[in-house]
Design a protein around this ligand. Structure first.
Ligand SMILES: [Zn+2]
Length: 350
């Protein structure tokens, strides 16, 4: 059994360390406590993160944006927008987040292990090529996908964004190109306002952006069902070399920002079905990258279930899994709407 590669670093607590904020250091400390769980003894392999270079940040971001964030270094408080602040160390911490993803992907591509989880903050999926927003400075997952292309000539990356908010930054980074298949499940209408069905990509990128906007209140069966009934055929058709997961814990039923109804068991189910897809289409290569999640209890409980699934510590009964497979989630209106729109690009959905 291969270990699960994990990145965690004390330095992730240094971003906004003295600024009261929903996206605070306690979130990454909650993940530290998850990784210390005795059930995971001997199953984890820690990856040492590095700082991403300026050239590497430019794989996604404009020089102006990088410079704007660099200018915040050493300053006790800078506001980039209403939600997004930085403190003295934020620039370095944000570069360390990106470097963490790179280090994790290096180890996966070297064959050391096939699965990884990066416990990082600040999150990244709202960061656009030319601006910070929604607590995000640099787009960790989009940079990871570009890095794979640059360094390993990976041709097809599938990005699954399972945060309650739409991953607008990741969408924009790949909107008019076919080098990644971006799929986002999120609450809609909701922050940041993007992510409706009709946003499918542009030009060469048409059909490579797939949005599954959902009204509030969706729960375990819906999310697991979407992964099983919709992402599964798309992955088999696209045939990615690796899957990157933007993993937010704000689908959790008691999250302070989100309005979804997902339990820790739902996170285990989503992970189970994502692993099932990865095993079938890309030799099991999959990297989870932490995004949002604003209930510490939610991070601890959902995080533990995700990590346990990634470590093959069984937590789900066959009955639970069969219930999803035999379930009517495939008839969820959102799935039907996505199929209606995307079947033009994906024969497998017809
Ligand atoms: Zn979020």
């Amino acid at each position: 059994m291969q270990p699960l590669l994990v990145v965690i670093d004390e330095r992730f607590t240094q971003h906004l360390d003295h600024v009261p904020h929903l996206e605070n250091a306690r979130r990454v400390k909650a993940m530290t406590s998850v990784l210390d769980n005795p059930s995971l003894d001997g199953k984890l392999s820690e990856v040492v993160p590095r700082l991403a270079s300026l050239e590497e940040l430019a794989l996604v971001h404009t020089a102006d944006h990088i410079e704007r964030i660099a200018q915040t270094a050493g300053k006790s408080l800078t506001s980039l927008d209403l939600d997004t602040q930085t403190s003295e160390m934020s620039y370095d911490v944000a570069r360390l987040c990106v470097g963490s993803v790179f280090s994790l992907l290096d180890e996966i591509m070297s064959g050391k292990a096939r699965r990884g989880f990066a416990c990082i903050r600040p999150p990244g999926h709202h960061a656009e090529p030319d601006r910070a927003m929604g607590f995000c400075l640099f787009n960790n997952v989009a940079l990871g996908a570009r890095y794979l292309k640059e360094h390993y000539s990976v041709e097809r990356v599938m990005i699954v964004d399972m945060d309650v908010h739409h991953g607008n930054g990741t969408q924009i980074a790949f909107y008019d190109m076919d080098e990644a298949l971006f799929i986002s499940l999120h609450q809609f209408p909701f922050y940041p306002g993007t992510g409706n069905f009709g946003e499918v990509g542009r030009g060469k990128g048409e059909g490579f952006t797939i949005n599954v906007p959902l009204g509030k209140g969706h729960g375990d069966r819906d999310f697991a069902g979407i992964i099983h009934f919709l992402l599964n055929p798309l992955a088999r058709s696209y045939h990615p070399d690796i899957i990157l997961v933007s993993c937010g814990f704000d689908l959790y039923m008691y999250d302070r920002l989100g309005g979804m109804n997902v339990t820790p068991e739902g996170y285990a189910l989503m992970t189970f079905f994502l692993l099932d897809i990865a095993e079938k289409v890309c030799d099991g290569r999959i990297a989870f990258i932490m995004e949002g999640g604003y209930s510490l209890k939610g991070i601890r409980e959902c995080g533990l279930r995700v990590i346990k699934e990634l470590c093959d510590v069984p937590t789900l009964s066959r009955k639970k899994i069969d219930k999803i497979i035999g379930n009517s989630a495939r008839r969820l209106p959102a799935i039907e709407k996505v199929i209606e729109i995307q079947k033009e690009y994906w024969k497998i959905l017809r």
